[in-house]
Write a protein that binds this ligand. Structure first.
Ligand code: ZN
Length: 318
């Protein structure tokens, strides 16, 4: 830690969910922050705190019809797979308070991260990465398309930013942003995800057409194979595309024993993964935005904090 100035590492106490699903650490974001402070990597006063996304900014990525549908608890019940929300006695505000408020803060964090990355060369949102959300339809615990909205906002406000690379290393296919940018050649997508055909969510074959480097991973892929594939993906991408900005979905559901992600990556492998992505961005001098994505085990916060610590050691972030 060099000084007490704010750094583009972004978090808000409202990121924590009130509801824990699938054994998920509902305080993953706060716990990463806590570890980074306790380890002396980032000072408590150095974190940036985002405002929730405004209704106006929601329109940068969603149709009016979709925005209206989020006010209905049945939509939320479907996205978050919470059957009890559908029940008549569960008031609508419960869904708004438990799900939409946290997610509006996560999305505000990704918007702030986009702006900060252009200033500092990097930004980390300890949340966001709702990569199954798209303009008109969402699923898989993702309600607001923070990545697409941020890209649309950044390109609107910064005409020199045209070419965007999305590196989606969550264990699931990022079909939300892929659908949103399906016909946009100025977005280049690298997506590594578990592939078991129809047996693994989301298996969105339309969205797959958008992926430039489409790495369908066998279940339980280990570190060595994964990291070789990642390095070779960047070698190929360097020949094919010159990004003005990179969005990195750093899902931790690739970690071994994650029953949702079905991969076998160790903590060491995940830390190396993040380092390879940041090295690519810094080496090419391209601003990078890192967002969380999925990750469903109780140990994730510790490993993510260790990875950010490694990024600091490699690239002097703080
Ligand atoms: Zn995932």
């Amino acid at each position: 830690m060099t000084d007490k100035a704010q750094k583009p590492i972004i978090q808000h106490p409202s990121y924590d969910f009130l509801w824990s699903f699938a054994g998920y650490d509902r305080k993953k974001s706060s716990n990463v922050k806590k570890f980074l402070i306790a380890d002396g990597i980032v000072g408590a006063e150095q974190f940036m705190r985002p405002a929730p996304i405004s209704d106006e900014d929601m329109k940068l990525g969603h149709s009016e019809r979709y925005i209206a549908s989020l006010k209905d608890k049945r939509t939320l019940a479907a996205i978050f797979q919470i059957e009890t929300l559908k029940k008549w006695y569960m008031p609508n505000f419960v869904g708004q308070y438990a799900f939409i408020e946290p997610i509006k803060h996560h999305t505000g964090g990704t918007l702030l991260a986009g702006q900060q990355a252009l200033k500092h060369g990097w930004a980390i949102n300890l949340g966001g990465g709702a990569h199954h959300a798209a303009r008109d339809e969402s699923s898989g615990f993702c309600a607001i398309a923070d990545i697409s909205i941020s890209i649309n906002q950044i390109r609107r406000d910064n005409p020199h930013v045209k070419n965007i690379m999305i590196v989606d290393l969550d264990a699931h296919q990022g079909n939300g942003h892929e659908r949103d940018f399906l016909c946009d050649d100025s977005v280049y997508t690298i997506d590594f995800y578990t592939y078991m055909g129809e047996d693994f969510y989301p298996n969105d074959t339309l969205a797959m057409q958008k992926i430039n480097i489409d790495e369908k991973l066998a279940p339980q892929t280990g570190d060595t194979e994964y990291l070789i594939k990642l390095r070779s993906a960047f070698n190929r991408a360097a020949q094919e595309f010159k990004p003005d900005m990179i969005y990195y979905v750093a899902g931790s559901d690739i970690l071994k024993d994650d029953v949702v992600g079905q991969q076998a990556i160790t903590a060491k492998g995940l830390i190396k993964r993040d380092e390879i992505v940041f090295h690519y961005a810094f080496n090419k001098n391209v601003p990078i935005v890192m967002v969380f994505g999925g990750g469903y085990q109780k140990n994730n916060a510790r490993i993510i904090a260790d990875s950010i610590t490694n990024l600091d050691q490699q690239f002097k972030l703080f």
